[in-house]
Write a protein that binds this ligand. Structure first.
Ligand SMILES: *Cc1c(COP(=O)(O)O)cnc(C)c1O
Length: 355
């Protein structure tokens, strides 16, 4: 159990008046959770303090060598006003998997949950009331020793910051267009693709930029060795419906083990839809498209939950999936998962945790 010190602001900000204009990741609440780590002492000095800038040395190791990890989850407000989380322990377990890869010290998952509940309790009025909007939660750890040598640090800081965010699809569930990147790669097996760490996103910006230039909204990454096998989209895992089966790349270290991915597979299994986690080549996807067996493509991730793909461009080949319309499995998964998250349907899986 953490002993959390509270230092609450005397000048709270006005809450956003128009929740339809929240967007994503621009607005932050009044407080943040902070805790320090020192070698020999462990994690200590847990506190909830006013949200704001803080000082670290220009030599802080995280600024130079990228020893950072993060997580992303949401708090949802149900119709009766309750605030709830979706499988939050999974985010803190994954934070520790990322920590291990980046040689950042383990952090107690129950302590993280306690910190999450304590902070969101203080900020619960910031959880949006509008349908589809939520409070985005960003836990992260940075190394802060002022030292220019390359080694694991001795001082870290753990933060949780909160950002009220709008509905991902303001105009309903719209298919996205995706560009298959065949020059750059995001991660390789043995690298840190499975970790939620800043460097993976830095590596992805150039592909994202190229996709935008070609009017595609996101990048589909291929494997880092042969550039044949499908990996994932920028911040989403990817699934294909081929011949009635949901096929998604297996986890083998280079892709992020999404909690939405795992949950979507569980929902499919519960509904009797066959699923397969295996290696899948972009050629197989193109062949399935040509033979009419590729009926749906969708991404899975906390931000959009389910993101149907309408256009998929691989070199000169442009595949238009399901007539650029949302397909039945994508729709079912979206309805089921958002229904559970916002408390509109019964949670038979035991995924919801109330504040
Ligand atoms: C966070 C993330 C995902 C999705 O994970 P969820 O737990 O479902 O939100 C997928 N890919 C990458 C690269 C990510 O950073």
């Amino acid at each position: 159990m953490l002993n959390i010190r509270y230092e609450l602001t005397k000048t709270p900000k006005a809450k956003p008046a128009d929740e339809s204009k929240l967007g994503f990741g621009h607005i932050f609440t009044d407080h943040m959770f902070v805790m320090d780590y020192t070698t020999g002492e462990g994690w200590h000095d847990a506190r909830i303090v006013p949200y704001g800038e803080f000082a670290i040395s220009p030599a802080a190791m995280c600024l130079h060598y990228g020893q950072t990890v993060f997580e992303g989850l949401k708090a949802y407000r149900t119709a009766d006003g309750t605030v709830q989380f979706f499988r939050p322990i999974e985010n803190f377990k994954r934070l520790n998997q990322s920590n291990e890869r980046l040689v950042i010290p383990h952090i107690d998952e129950q302590d993280c949950l306690q910190a999450l509940h304590a902070l969101v309790e203080v900020e619960k009025d910031w959880v949006p009331h509008t349908d589809g909007a939520s409070l985005y939660i960003r836990p992260f750890i940075i190394s802060v020793d002022p030292f220019l040598g390359v080694k694991p640090a001795d001082h870290y800081m753990f933060f949780i910051i909160l950002s009220p965010s709008g509905a991902y699809y303001e105009t309903g569930l719209n298919p996205v267009s995706i560009y298959v990147e065949s020059k750059y790669v995001r991660a390789v097996r043995g690298g840190m693709g499975f970790a939620k760490t800043g460097g993976n996103y830095a590596a992805s910006l150039i592909g994202q930029d190229e996709a935008h230039k070609q009017n595609y909204s996101q990048v589909l990454w291929l494997d880092g060795v042969e550039q044949k096998y499908i990996e994932e989209v920028g911040a989403m895992n990817i699934m294909f419906v081929i011949d009635g089966e949901v096929v998604t790349p297996m986890l083998q270290g280079s892709i992020l083990p999404g909690i939405t991915r795992r949950s979507a597979l569980d929902v499919c299994r519960a509904k009797g839809i066959p699923v397969s986690e295996r290696r899948i080549t972009i050629q197989e996807v193109a062949d399935a498209y040509d033979s009419g067996k590729l009926t749906e493509v969708f991404g899975t991730g906390t931000a959009a939950v389910i993101s149907p793909v309408g256009h998929l461009k691989w070199n000169d080949k442009v595949m238009i999936i399901n007539n650029n319309e949302i397909g039945p499995i994508s729709q079912m998964l979206y309805d089921t998962m958002t229904g559970i998250q916002w408390g509109k349907i019964e949670d038979k899986f035991g995924w919801i945790e109330k504040l």
